[in-house]
Ligand binder design. Structure first.
Ligand SMILES: [Zn+2]
Length: 482
């Protein structure tokens, strides 16, 4: 379904001044805060251009399963889910159209092992893989889309080019025109556009790298938009200074080029990889929340702040639950990591009531086992795909340990440690062995936050965080292109 959006355009400066819409578009915009970063990379087919996230997800894809605790972990990281899927299913326009699938064991072990999985090929205690998909039709939380998902029905909104969202007010519009230096009414032009899934995804990608996503999507030529290696910078304050000594630390060995003051690669164990890979499952709203007071990532802070403002005096957000879902979204069940340095919360355990959602899972999908009573009410528990023994509790890591060494490049390419790969990185950067020094650093919560931010807006993550001096990003683009 496409949503209509009315744009007010400054013809001379070729930019969108503001947009007007009903709640459907705003619901879609706000839903972006619930989407995990890895889902955006997947939806953009690894051309998201968000910092090093494309490379990180590619590394997960290429990592041999022998380094993972289970085969299912890969699927989990490549296709991270939002916790609030049931509600976002009600959106008039949902960018993340991939639905959660539910799998049980082909042997119908449910009575002896009442287990279910959202990831295919998780192993059942009977030894088989759970690969029978069952049909699940969740009851919509709201009574149809007319009620609105996040913002109240009947509201009309104005949206700035920088994605500040507010109720329509002519006063605000006037002052906005004044602020943008639009003096002449004749310079303004109205335009109606249709926003479909492609445009919505484009806005989602641009909002992470640009301050003018609406102009980028609706007025610029595609090639001008795609070029962007954007001017996002880590400021000096973003570079981690070890403020608190307490808390868990992990250590990391860096290989640094002395002359370039730049990290060539890091030697890391599974705990550091767990940290990096966990970024993929963080919803955007959780990232802003972690990087308070502001993430400075594109227009993300504006979108977040709009939800805060609209849930305040204006009371436009449907409920406190909706507010929390946008401003403090949890990680999906079992998407957390035992060794997590950052204070992110994973959704609590839930059960899947077969009788509630399905007429009968057995008769419906497996007529060979009619002996199971159809009327049985059965609660299935979700398996944690990271744990190998079909356990349902939280915990576990994404990468198998202990003591397996990996190398992580400055651009977050990850592979098992290899001397030959190390040498080829030295060649690529034209660094002689005599110019290389080793440094061991410790990574605590502050560094983890800096790494998260750098991973989202830089191509030289380790150098930015550990070498203090900002590397010239245009140089990196040249190196990547070569
Ligand atoms: Zn089984």
């Amino acid at each position: 379904m496409a949503i209509k959006l009315k744009l007010l355009i400054d013809k001379e400066k070729k930019r969108v001044v503001l947009a007007e819409s009903d709640k459907y578009f705003v619901d879609t915009l706000f839903s972006f805060l619930t989407i995990p970063i890895g889902a955006i990379v997947r939806l953009s087919r690894k051309k998201s251009n968000i910092g090093c996230m494309d490379a990180l997800q590619e590394s997960v894809k290429n990592l041999d399963s022998q380094y993972l605790p289970t085969e299912a972990v890969k699927e989990m990281l490549l296709c991270p889910r939002s916790t609030w899927e049931v509600r976002t299913n009600d959106l008039a326009l949902n960018v993340d159209t991939e639905v959660t699938r539910y799998y049980v064991c082909t042997r119908n072990c449910a009575v002896s092992h009442p287990l279910i999985s959202t990831v295919k090929n998780v192993r059942c205690p009977c030894g088989r893989v759970m690969d029978r998909e069952i049909v699940y039709n969740p009851n919509p939380v709201t009574n149809g889309i007319n009620e609105g998902v996040f913002v109240k029905r009947t509201m009309k909104f104005m949206i700035g080019d920088d994605l500040r969202v507010g109720p329509i007010s002519t006063m605000t519009c006037m002052s906005l025109l004044d602020k943008l230096g639009v003096r002449d009414r004749a310079a303004l032009e109205e335009k109606s556009v249709d926003v479909g899934a492609d445009e919505a995804l484009h806005i989602l990608r641009r909002l992470l790298v640009s301050n003018t996503p609406l102009t980028d999507v609706f007025l610029q030529k595609p090639e001008a938009v795609e070029d962007a290696f954007h001017a996002l910078k880590l400021s000096a304050e973003d570079i981690a200074i070890d403020k608190n000594d307490a808390g868990k630390k992990m250590s990391l060995k860096l290989l640094i080029s002395k002359s370039k003051n730049r990290v060539l690669y890091a030697e890391a164990t599974e705990d550091f990889l767990d940290l990096l890979f966990s970024f993929l499952s963080f919803p955007l709203g959780a990232i802003v929340n972690l990087l308070r007071p502001g993430s400075s990532i594109g227009c993300l802070d504006n979108l977040y702040k709009s939800v805060e403002d609209l849930s305040g005096d204006d009371n436009c957000i449907i409920s406190q639950e909706c507010r929390a879902m946008l401003l403090d979204p949890m990680l999906a069940l079992h998407s957390g990591c035992e060794n997590q340095l950052l204070p992110v919360v994973e959704a609590g355990p839930k059960t899947f009531d077969i009788s509630k959602h399905l007429p009968c899972v057995y008769c419906y999908s497996d007529r060979h086992y009619p002996s199971y009573p159809c009327s049985r009410s059965l609660l299935l528990h979700f398996i944690n795909p990271k744990l190998s023994d079909a356990a349902t509790e939280s915990g576990g890591g994404f990468v198998k340990g202990p003591k397996i060494m990996f190398m992580v490049t400055d651009g977050l390419d990850v592979e098992p440690l290899s001397f030959i790969s190390g040498i080829s990185i030295l060649d690529r950067f034209q660094v002689p062995i005599s110019d290389v020094k080793e440094r061991v650093v410790s990574v605590g919560q502050d560094q983890a936050l800096s790494l998260l931010k750098a991973a989202l807006c830089s191509r030289t993550v380790l150098s930015d965080v550990f070498c203090r001096k900002k590397v010239d990003q245009s140089q990196i683009k040249l190196e990547r292109d070569q």
